[in-house]
Design a protein around this ligand. Structure first.
Ligand SMILES: Nc1nc2c(ncn2[C@@H]2O[C@H](COP(=O)(O)OP(=O)(O)OP(=O)(O)O)[C@@H](O)[C@H]2O)c(=O)[nH]1
Length: 211
């Protein structure tokens, strides 16, 4: 189980997580809910410009991890640095809004972008259906989304940044899955640079499973 603790000094690993998805699906709100347990009223929210990130500690099985969570802009005009967002990423959360069909239908193109810039098959992917508090205007059923996640072979969870339902569970599950996939972070950790490697050792690029 994940939790936040201040007594363990050393980080076991630093993990990079990326939030992608259409504009307005609630990526920034999910990040704010997870890192600060806050939800901003509608009038205080503005669209992300380019990219934003937050750093948060989490403890899993007694080991401390540093999470850098990158929140990307959903609006096309701000997505000029796209490929650089994906560099070194170990987990990607694809967010849609359960009350907006278009945001679900466009997950295909978000997967397209992800697969273009992120060649590692090991990167942990999770589909998150946000805004389940808007049950009255829901247009994507849990069943439909689960079937899609099965087809794409990804994790899936529904949540609400507004009510906090499912938010911590989503990030915890993603991080636990990354930790269960040592090829994503262990080799990188052992070889922070390749300057002094013996000639026979693989280079960092050859050895890294990340994007
Ligand atoms: N009802 C409800 N509204 C939400 C929820 N999460 C976010 N919102 C609202 O949805 C709007 C968009 O939220 P953002 O977090 O800015 O969305 P975003 O995906 O980061 O948008 P971009 O920065 O443009 O990519 C805001 O008005 C939020 O208050 C939720 O769980 N429930």
């Amino acid at each position: 189980m994940a939790g936040t603790i201040g007594t363990i000094d050393e980080y076991h690993a630093t993990l990079k997580i990326l939030l992608i998805g259409n504009s307005n699906v609630g990526k920034s709100s999910l990040l704010l809910r997870f890192t600060e347990d806050t939800f901003l009223p509608k009038d205080d929210v503005s669209a992300t410009i380019g990219v934003d990130f937050k750093v948060v500690d989490t403890v899993i099985n007694g080991k401390r991890y540093k999470l850098t969570i990158w929140d990307t802009a959903g609006q096309e005009r701000f997505r000029t640095l796209t490929s650089s967002y994906y560099r070194g990423v170990q987990g990607v959360i694809l967010v849609y809004d359960v009350s907006k069909r278009e945001s679900f239908d466009q997950l295909d193109s978000w997967f397209g972008e992800l697969n273009t810039y992120c060649s590692s098959k090991d990167v942990v992917k999770m589909i998150v259906g946000n805004k389940v508090d808007k049950e009255h205007s829901r247009v994507i059923s849990r069943k439909e989304a689960e079937a899609y996640a099965r087809k794409m072979q990804t994790l899936f969870i529904e949540c609400s940044a507004k009510t906090r339902i499912g938010v911590k569970e989503a990030f915890d599950e993603l991080v636990e899955k990354i930790i269960e996939t040592p090829s994503l972070w262990q080799k990188k950790e052992k070889q922070p640079d390749n300057i002094n490697l013996p000639r026979s050792a693989p280079t960092k690029q050859e050895n890294s499973a990340c994007c």
